[in-house]
Design a protein around this ligand. Structure first.
Ligand code: KIV
Ligand code: ZN
Length: 506
């Protein structure tokens, strides 16, 4: 018997982006959305268009540029939200409006300050409005798990009558526990027979660490859409983690009788990309995507795995895209070798992208003996990201010693013009950042600074991520280099490019 298909609704770019400190520009959102489409999720919740012009632009870019997937936009049950959401997604191949209103008495009394009757009426009007704009409408009853089940049922009935095709029952505050949540969902099926004609969805937060367990319990009780985010990103403790939900469905498909149409071999790449662009590191022991998820430390385990992998592994590293690639390039490798390595990794680079990546590859290969698949992926993503940048770091010099104050000089190119900057100040990093500010003519405040090595070994590429505040808004930038000072300077310049796009620098 074919397994029943569970719809994977990804909310990395909406609820995930609500995690503190994440600031993705519209190009980065598009890059993540393209990867989510490659991963094969069914729905991408691309953002909350009414919340800012930047969010609107990001959602619109995704709607216009990403195909083969439903593109969804969030809207409160407010007319302007619903219309703005529709304007942002109307050009998508498969657009979906997702509108929501709270149904718990706690929210009604303290936040909405509305009566139950008023909430029913608002839900009725806003779902009807959404359904008049597009035919794929999702309705969410926020804080459903703390709502009176009879009142919740009354609201869901109205939403279905007005044309919602997906009904989402969120555990907004992560309060539910699996057995109780499954009962709650069954209770709604009993009260609202119309739920059998629509898709029931769940959206679980992880405040008690139960988001994935609750999602699974709901699926066993009849839900057919799970809302989740890559690396479990989201408000507070996050959402159900996409990779865990998907790998549970794959690994236990036979017992559950349910599966997802996701290309699991893209999971690792997606997780890395999201971590790199959001700056949220994946804990080493995180299920499926953590660095140690497939590492065997104890002698007994190693012995078992060497004899037969399944002794201690319930899924293979290759099934989530962590199989060892044989790709190793070096300084003698040519353009052709690079092109075929990139194709093997799933990248079809344009002529321009290949030229830029090759030039960059040669520079790195001069200093690093072996360039692996992981290095290549990191390099190519960075090259593609910088193609639309206006400021480019052309050269830099920093002098630092134990005795004297560091001095820095930089040359930045902006549309053919060379901008020089210099500084004398406290630390060598501070000094180079100030020299960049001087060249660009701005004053950034460094809010976050992280360094990671991409692979192992002393000659590993270093990846630096900075968050720079310009005006009162944060802008993030990441960059790679064998040299950490160079990576830091480039990351800072990337953040200023993001600030430039948002109009915060000239
Ligand atoms: O947590 C929540 O209830 C939400 C809704 C907007 C679905 O994010
Ligand atoms: Zn949420």
């Amino acid at each position: 018997m074919n397994p029943e298909r569970i719809i994977i609704f990804d909310t990395t770019l909406r609820d995930g982006e609500q995690s503190p400190g994440i600031s993705l520009n519209s190009f980065e959102k598009l890059e993540i959305a393209e990867q989510l489409a490659r991963l094969g999720v069914d729905v991408i919740e691309a953002g909350f268009p009414v919340s800012s012009p930047g969010d609107f632009e990001g959602v619109q870019k995704i709607a216009r540029g990403v195909s083969g997937v439903t593109v969804c936009a969030l809207a409160r049950a407010i007319e302007n939200d619903v219309r703005t959401a529709w304007d942002a997604i109307r050009e998508a191949e498969r657009p979906r409006i997702h509108t929501f209103i709270s149904t718990s008495d706690i929210h009604l009394q303290h936040q909405l300050r509305k009566s139950r009757e008023e909430v029913v009426e608002i839900a009725r009007r806003m779902v009807a409005l959404a359904a008049s704009l597009g035919d794929d409408v999702e309705f969410s009853a926020m804080d459903a798990t703390r709502s009176d089940p009879d009142f919740l049922a009354a609201v869901l009935r109205v939403a279905i009558d007005e044309g919602a095709r997906t009904i989402n029952i969120p555990d907004t505050v992560g309060y539910a526990i699996p057995t109780e949540f499954a009962e709650f969902i069954r209770g709604q099926y009993e009260r609202v027979p119309g739920l059998n004609d629509v898709v029931v969805s769940v959206h679980c937060h992880n405040d008690l660490g139960l988001a994935v367990a609750n999602s699974l319990a709901a699926v066993e009780a009849g839900a057919r859409q799970v809302e989740c985010a890559v690396n479990g990103l989201g408000e507070r403790a996050g959402n159900a983690s996409l990779e865990e939900v998907v790998m549970i469905l794959k690994t236990r498909e036979a017992s559950l009788g349910m599966g997802a149409a996701v290309n699991t071999a893209e999971i690792t790449r997606t997780s890395r990309l999201v971590s790199q662009l959001t700056g949220y590191e994946v804990p080493p022991n995180k299920a499926v995507v953590g660095k140690n998820a497939f590492a065997h430390e104890s002698g007994i385990h190693q012995d078992g795995v060497l004899k037969e992998r399944t002794t201690y592994e319930i899924m293979s590293a290759a099934s989530v895209g962590r199989g060892h690639s044989d790709i190793v390039l070096g300084k003698h490798s040519g353009r052709h070798a690079l092109k075929s390595a990139m194709e093997e990794l799933g990248y079809n680079l344009s002529e321009d992208e290949l030229n830029q990546t090759f030039a960059r590859f040669k520079k790195v290969a001069d200093k690093k003996k072996h360039i692996t698949a992981v290095d290549l992926e990191a390099l190519v993503s960075e090259e593609v990201r910088t193609l639309s940048d206006i400021y480019e770091l052309k050269s830099y010099e920093v002098s630092s010693s134990s005795e004297f104050i560091p001095t820095s000089q930089v040359i930045i190119e902006k549309e053919g013009e060379r901008l020089m900057g210099k500084s004398f100040s406290g630390g060598s990093m501070e000094s180079i950042f100030m020299a960049i500010d001087d060249a660009v003519g701005t004053k950034g405040k460094l809010k976050d600074y992280q360094v990671h090595s991409v692979t192992e070994g002393k000659d590993s590429l270093g990846e630096v991520r900075v968050v720079v505040e310009v005006g009162d808004k944060p802008y993030a930038g990441t960059a790679l280099s064998i040299d950490v000072i160079e990576a830091s300077a480039k990351a800072y310049v990337r953040a200023l490019n993001n600030a430039y796009r948002a109009g915060a620098v000239n």
